[in-house]
Design a binder for this molecule. Sequence first.
Ligand code: 9PG
Length: 473
Amino acid sequence: MNWTIEAEPNTLRVLVSGYQSWSEAELRPLTALQAVPLMPWRHEQGHDPAFLPSGEAGRWRSHTLIALVRPDGGGWVGCAGDATRTFTHWEARMEDQSVQVSCTQEGPEVPVFWEATTDVITTVEALSARLGEHMRARTPPPLRVWCSWYSYYREVTLEAMLENARHARAKSLTFDVFQLDDGFQSDLGDWTLPSAHFGGHARDLPAALNDLGFAAGLWLAPFLVGPSSRLAAERPDWLLRDPHGRPLLAGHNWGGPYHALDTTHPEALEWLRELAATVREWGYTYLKLDFLYGAALPGVRHDPTVGRAQAYRMGLQALRDGAGEDAFLLGCGAPLASSIGLVDAMRTGPDVAPFWDDESRRVWLGDATGPSARNALHTALSRWYQHTWYQPDPDVVIARRELSLLSAAERHALAGMLDVIGGLRASSDPIAMLDEEGLALLRTALHLSVPDRPTTLTGSFGGAVTHFRRGRF
Ligand code: 9PG
């Protein structure tokens, strides 16, 4: 489908949503450059490798939703009507005196809504809400989560989890969930085998956390398989393949490449169901399901009639079935719209880090999908309308002064912007590290709030949607 917009391209701004949690979402002048990461190994991890950012000035690509905004706040909005089996790709390209917009779909054809409007903010909200409703979005009450990642990283131990839970209780911090992140497992795929340093087994944690008054949460990257894992050795036929028949490289993290599960393989699907049921039996009612893009990568599948979006959805459905309807599922590194209705919450930006910006990576390497407070907020703010798809998770506040390069102003800005975005509240700070000031900031940041609405999309301040009006939803 194609549309021609008769408007002076130099006056327009474009709002793009990005493909998955960590992809960039932004509001930029249409004439600006849409950056594509220089490092090819970032393509599958931060973006959709089959529909990368254009890398060209005046040519913008977006997934699911796109908007073009005039200086008077009116403009045009396009939004997919369904994402269960189809990825919808948008491109807006400036010409001399007009803009060409095209929409292509990967998967069975689904309806697309394209509207001219006098108020882009309201139309973006209306069309995205319609998609959420159609896909039966789950938006349970948001939770307040302590997560081990942003201070312990892979070095997390069972004792560190318990120590923080005890401190949180002693200080009456209002966390609902204590969530164990990456580091407890021996390898990607070998989720029931503990790592050497963890000092126990993940199944031993939930009862102790429950005794302290917290629900137990667990991180999994259920679609990833480490090349040296037991799973890879025992079930090589479950791996997504490249066109040469080799296991597909699904990204580079943890110091090397790794593979992804083929979620069209019935046995792999059954394994996913059992995995979710097992950790649920251990007592985990909150699951952070990470690196979910792995199941949606382009590749050769066991069932070649199943497209990428549908394969992804089948894998996620198996996890939901295993975890149960009443489990709280947080998606992360996940194709956004295709997760609606199966997850309760979704990371809507890159990771927060204990520094404001990684300018060299962002600007010189064209990669704003990496961890930084700036990247996390920039992207989550520009996805303000997605709270009708799931509870947004804008990632953690950092209140500590140790192990951080954030200034006091940056720590407060981070907390303030999480409040604007609404959704989940999270922290990773070792509680014992917080002084009175740090504890006060954390307590403020744990106040739940309704998401705010932008007042304008006509300014473009560093590329993010930034001017918000309090509590209007
Ligand atoms: C655990 C972490 C935490 C974190 C997640 C995710 O693009 N990347 O290379 C990339 C790597 C890791 C990452 C995000 C992006 O972090 O978002 O909260 O759970 O995994 O390994």
